[in-house]
Design a protein around this ligand. Structure first.
Ligand code: TYM
Length: 336
């Protein structure tokens, strides 16, 4: 019988997640809890509250957003017999391993991270060291669970590459310690684009509120945002170069309905963009409906969420502490 694979991913605790977060990552997290075989994956998912601290916000907001993101993960049905749902700061050994990995990461390679460069520009008044070492903490999150697969959106590819390089370097220096992780990026949905500028990634920090659909947007808001999505003047629903707006909507529609691009082109032949945009909106509304029904119920049950978070922390720490102790020993720390 094949051995089960470990799947790991985290999401930052920074406000309501977007359709990009959902289609690029969370939807795959949910499907990977059920591998469809006799050997289910061991899945570990979490809220990256320490990463969220790299951008300043009031403490009460940080706490509330962590709690709400935890409720989001449970509302997606991620808590199963074979999965752990935790909050990053509840498992302190992530930060210990982060230090060990920092000592195996070169300043030059961390400086090349595009997210560091982007965020330094966005938050020029707070270019803190946490922002710089962000990717080593992310590597620690992954390597500490000996993860085989990391379901993420396309924008995290560079960080994953760095995590692999750090793991290979550490293993080379100190002997076999970490599994080398692989990113898992869906064929579609890996890069959901802005509805207002389809050459840019859909992002919750976009100043244009029409650019981004949030997972808790009510149906009427989703319809409005889809109707105002930027397209082109050709009025033909087909996937082609130079049709970034329509390509983006087709990829969203395809992720929500499971239809291929050929099927979509066939269904909408001779129909205008208005019809297609309405269909995209309805597909998104249907896709998010189970989550939107479940989320408020969970959010109202604070005691249950706290209990789940405590259990998640305990189960995660049992794995994380073991790997951390192994790495500490390998690199020559005095263990007593
Ligand atoms: P974060 O919180 O920015 O985003 C969470 C996930 O959503 C994906 N994503 C998208 N996918 C497709 N299209 C988009 N427009 C889009 N926007 C966001 C991201 O790729 C991500 O998978 N550093 C991570 C959090 C993290 C992590 C980890 C991830 C911390 N530790 C360990 C994996 C493993 C981040 O900032 O994601």
């Amino acid at each position: 019988m094949p051995t089960p694979k470990t799947v790991l991913s985290l999401i930052q605790a920074t406000g309501v997640p977007t359709l990009g977060n959902y289609l690029g990552a969370l939807k795959n997290w949910a499907s990977m809890t059920d591998s469809g075989t006799d050997t289910p994956n061991n899945c570990i998912y979490g809220v990256a509250d320490l990463h969220a601290l790299t951008v300043r916000r009031p403490p009460a907001e940080q706490r509330r957003q962590t709690f709400e993101m935890y409720a989001t993960l449970l509302a997606l049905g991620l808590k199963r017999e074979n999965s752990i749902v935790m909050v990053q700061s509840h498992v302190p050994s992530h930060t210990m391993l982060n230090w060990l990995l920092c000592c195996s990461t070169q300043f030059g390679e961390a400086s090349r991270m595009t997210q560091f460069k982007d965020k330094s520009q966005q938050h020029a008044d707070n270019i803190n060291l946490g922002l710089f070492t962000y990717p080593t903490l992310m590597a620690a999150d992954i390597l500490i669970y000996q993860a085989h697969y990391v379901p993420v959106g396309d924008d995290q590819k560079q960080h994953l590459e760095l995590a692999r390089n750090i793991a290979e370097r550490f293993n080379g220096l100190y002997g076999e310690t970490f599994v080398i992780p692989e990113p898992y990026i869906g064929k579609q949905g890996g890069r959901v684009m802005s509805l207002q500028d389809p050459t840019k990634k859909m992002s919750k920090s976009d100043p244009n509120p029409k650019a981004c659909i949030f997972m808790l947007d009510p149906p009427e808001v989703i319809r409005k945002k889809c109707r105002s999505a930027v397209t082109d003047s050709e009025a033909s629903v087909r996937f082609a170069e130079g049709k970034d707006g329509i390509n983006n909507l087709m990829s969203i529609y395809s992720c929500c309905t499971g239809e291929s691009y050929e099927q979509i082109e066939h269904t909408f032949v001779g129909k205008g963009y208005g019809d297609f945009k309405n269909a995209v909106a309805e597909a998104i509304i249907e896709e998010l409906r189970p989550f939107q029904t479940e989320y408020p119920k969970l959010l109202a049950d604070k005691a249950y969420l706290e209990q789940c978070a405590r259990e998640g922390a305990g189960a995660a720490a049992r794995i994380a502490d073991r790997t951390t102790a192994k790495a500490m020993k390998k690199c020559g720390l005095w263990m007593v």
